[in-house]
Design a protein around this ligand. Structure first.
Ligand code: NAD
Length: 433
């Protein structure tokens, strides 16, 4: 069916509903070439086959139409050598099926790398729910139905993908998913989950800042100036961490007057209320710049204005164009700590919820230490050293290291998720609704 990738996810869901409501695309084990459950998916297979950017021989992609909502549910399982594919489910509007596919493919690769660099025994995967047109998605009873459907979908995949919270998804939504499947993390604390990860995220980013400064021979954070865009949850905790480490000055920009009121006062801290389009924070002279608001803020304009030695912050996908902007930062002599390396603590805190929790959990604390290979302070320096030795940018170095680590087999369950995918295909998962 020509043109299916240019059509909307809703059009794809309608076509899929006419043919049983489920489909898969998996990579051939030998060649990596994609093959699909239905001949009419040839358009999608061709897109994947020709793509050199987002498709990396993903082990499995699964699609299902919600029985009650008619929404398109998807799971993208990238690599699972380190364990089950893990990553959040994004509930987002996509104009075209191709946009949804590219987001799922790209984000699942990102999760393989983030999980591997964090030393987690998880592979990489990502979920996507195509937001349906209109305002329905705001209705709590619709959301309950939608996320319960998603939970059923995840259960049907038998554990090759373990889902989590992501953009467009709330803790309440995750409790609906959890009502239908055990294969989820990031559930609310009252259901045995790990709760809001903002504090450990902030601490992790600060440890990565310390790693970058140490690598550059610039000492510790003591006496340094930090500029940050956004003074939200992560920034609030980051400010406390930085003040406790003796920074000389913190300058932050924030667009929400309500949020500004909540930030405790300190003589070394200046939080400026700005308009949404205001970018003056990029002109601020500082040692470290922390993008802590939204993604995509580092572009040719903002990079040319930065007056920082190091960029290290919490926001996801900070570079508007990953390759171009990574190279521009390096060309300006600014050390960029890739976001997927330093903002890992959200997934770290929820990834292993099934192993229980305790105060000062050693499984969490080791990320903040200095004597574990994957600790933030250590791995930041490893990545920067590799970038220098191989004369590549830190993001490329981080990807190379991540791809090596992602090939390590799970110590107890090697190959398990691929076997699960084989089992789904053998049982004709796509015909079993
Ligand atoms: P948040 O929404 O609490 O904070 C973001 C703040 O930025 C808000 O207060 C908002 O008003 C402000 N803001 C938005 N646009 C702005 C602009 N143009 N200029 C100045 N301020 C602006 O979110 P958060 O939980 O603090 O997360 C911050 C970033 O880190 C997000 O991009 C998030 O996706 C990412 N992240 C967060 C976690 C976590 O554990 N919370 C983990 C990984 C990544």
């Amino acid at each position: 069916m020509a043109g299916i990738v240019d059509g909307s996810p809703s059009a794809f869901a309608e076509r899929l509903a006419q043919d049983g409501g489920r489909a898969w695309i998996v990579a051939d084990r030998e060649t990596g070439a994609p093959r699909a459950s239905h001949p009419w998916l040839s358009d999608v297979v061709e897109l994947l086959r020709m793509d050199r950017r987002d498709h990396h021989a993903h082990e499995g992609m699964f699609f299902e139409v919600g029985r009650e909502t008619g929404a398109l549910h998807a799971a993208f399982v990238h690599w699972t050598d380190r364990g089950q594919g893990a990553g959040g489910v994004r509930h987002w509007p996509y104009p075209r099926l191709e946009d949804l596919l590219r987001d799922g493919l790209r984000l699942s690769v990102g999760m393989t790398r983030k999980n591997a660099l964090a030393g987690l025994w998880w592979g990489g995967a990502k979920g996507v729910i195509a937001r349906q047109p209109g305002d329905r998605f705001k209705d709590p009873s619709y959301r309950r139905m939608l996320y319960r459907e998603y939970g059923d979908f995840i259960s049907s995949l038998c554990g090759c993908y373990v889902t989590a919270e992501d953009a467009g998804t709330t803790p309440t939504d995750m409790s609906e998913v959890f009502a239908r499947t055990r294969h989820t993390t990031c559930i609310p604390r009252e259901l045995g989950g790990s709760g809001n990860p903002s504090e450990p995220t902030a601490k992790g980013v600060v440890r990565a800042m310390e790693g970058a400064l140490a690598f550059l021979g610039l000492g510790t954070l003591e006496g340094k100036t930090i500029a940050m865009q956004g003074a939200g949850n992560v920034s609030g905790f980051m400010i406390s961490e930085l003040l406790a480490r003796g920074v000389a000055r913190i300058v932050a920009s924030e667009i929400s007057p309500a949020r500004l009121e909540q930030i405790p006062k300190d003589p070394r801290l200046e939080v400026r209320l700005v308009e949404a389009g205001d970018t003056s924070i990029f002109d601020e002279p500082c040692d470290v710049f922390a993008p802590n608001a939204l993604g995509g803020t580092l572009d040719p304009d903002s990079i040319s204005r930065l007056r920082a030695k190091v960029v290290c912050g919490a926001a996801n996908n900070q570079l508007l164009d990953a390759e171009r902007d990574d190279a521009s930062l390096a060309a300006r002599g600014i050390t960029y700590v890739p976001d997927f390396l330093c903002n890992r603590m959200g997934i770290v805190t929820c990834a292993n919820e099934q192993y229980g929790a305790m105060p000062h959990d050693p499984a969490i604390e080791r990320h903040f230490g200095s004597d574990w290979d994957n600790a933030l302070f250590v791995i930041t320096q490893r990545v920067l050293a590799r970038a220098a030795a191989e004369e590549i940018t830190p993001a490329i170095a981080a990807n190379r290291l991540a791809d090596e680590l992602a090939r390590q087999p799970h110590p107890i369950w090697p190959g398990r998720s691929r076997q699960i995918i084989d089992g789904l295909l053998a049982a004709r998962w796509h015909e079993r609704r």
